[in-house]
Design a protein. Structure first.
Length: 192
């Protein structure tokens, strides 16, 4: 005890100002889910990925459910922004052109965007057993439905959104995902 400096001589530990920490932790949760899946998500893994002490993750997100919700919120917000930008930048697009765009995007989901799509689907499917995530997951579907509703009637927009989700899930979970032409043909069958 005699070796310790008196309180007046000890350096004062200041809390590091880190306004980005909460977002960085949530994005680290997405990275962990991408590597390990939802079941591999832990505060320890997220703290390591975010380069923060584990106390930082538990301070901002009390449990795994909070981490999942934060990750899903980010995924939904980014997806919804992408979907909302399509009619804003292409107001004169026809429903056939939107279907072409969807077919191309889904093929990318099975290839270069596979990791992002895997994380989105894992979080979406997590809502099956976690009712608290369902309102957030509903926004995924709503973003797609809203996109199609700019170009067709509400019923057809819902059918197209549901069909696109089914194609995405099947394409991700099969050894041979559908081609762009196959996707286009399936989506076109939804039109009145």
């Amino acid at each position: 005890m005699a070796d310790q400096a008196p309180d007046s001589e000890r350096p004062v530990r200041r809390r590091r100002f880190d306004p980005e920490r909460r977002d960085r932790i949530a994005r680290a949760a997405i990275a962990v889910i991408g590597e390990r899946g939802v079941e591999g998500l832990t505060h320890r893994a997220v703290a390591e990925a975010a380069d923060v002490p584990i106390a930082g993750t538990t301070y901002h997100y009390k449990d795994k459910e909070d981490l999942l919700a934060a990750a899903l919120e980010i995924c939904v917000a980014e997806y919804a922004a992408t979907m909302a930008a399509i009619p804003q930048t292409n107001p004169g697009m026809s429903i056939g052109e939107v279907i072409d765009l969807t077919a191309k995007a889904l093929v990318d989901c099975f290839g270069p965007q596979r990791t992002v799509t895997t994380v989105q689907l894992e979080l979406y499917v997590a809502a099956i057993r976690r009712p608290g995530l369902r309102p957030i997951a509903d926004r995924f579907t709503e973003a797609t439905r809203t996109l199609y509703a700019h170009y067709t009637d509400p019923g057809t927009a819902t059918l197209l959104a549901d069909t696109a989700q089914g194609i995405t899930l099947r394409g991700m979970a099969t050894t041979v995902p559908p081609t762009e032409d196959q996707i286009r043909a399936l989506l076109t069958r939804c039109l009145p």
